[in-house]
Design a protein around this ligand. Structure first.
Ligand SMILES: [Zn+2]
Length: 106
């Protein structure tokens, strides 16, 4: 574990976009929120990897969703628990952006 900390503290900011993008759908109104996590600042290490807690607010019904994202040692998303929402893919996000008032089957 020690070497990881060292690595992190000496890594310059010049890595480009190191952000992790996550997509959360509000189960109340189906709006999809794109979330950007900065691993350096927003991932907190725990026993099995990393965790990040976020409050996500969508832009349609403004529901506050309390989310906990779990990452493995390589900072890859393993699972997510979202109160009031669910994790979706980038494709779902794009679909929500482009055709929100389209032909949605009821
Ligand atoms: Zn909503």
């Amino acid at each position: 574990m020690g070497f990881l900390k060292k690595l992190f503290s000496t890594t310059p900011e010049a890595l480009g976009d190191s952000g992790v993008y996550l997509y959360v759908k509000c189960t109340n109104c189906d709006d999809v929120v794109r979330l950007r996590l900065e691993p350096k600042y927003e991932l907190v290490s725990d026993q099995s990897g990393y965790i990040s807690n976020k409050i996500v607010v969508d832009s349609r019904c403004y529901q506050r969703m309390s989310a906990a994202f779990h990452f493995n040692q390589r900072q890859q998303l393993e699972s997510a628990e979202i109160d009031g929402g669910e994790l979706v893919s980038e494709a779902d996000y794009k679909a929500a952006q482009s055709g929100s008032s389209g032909s949605t089957p009821v």
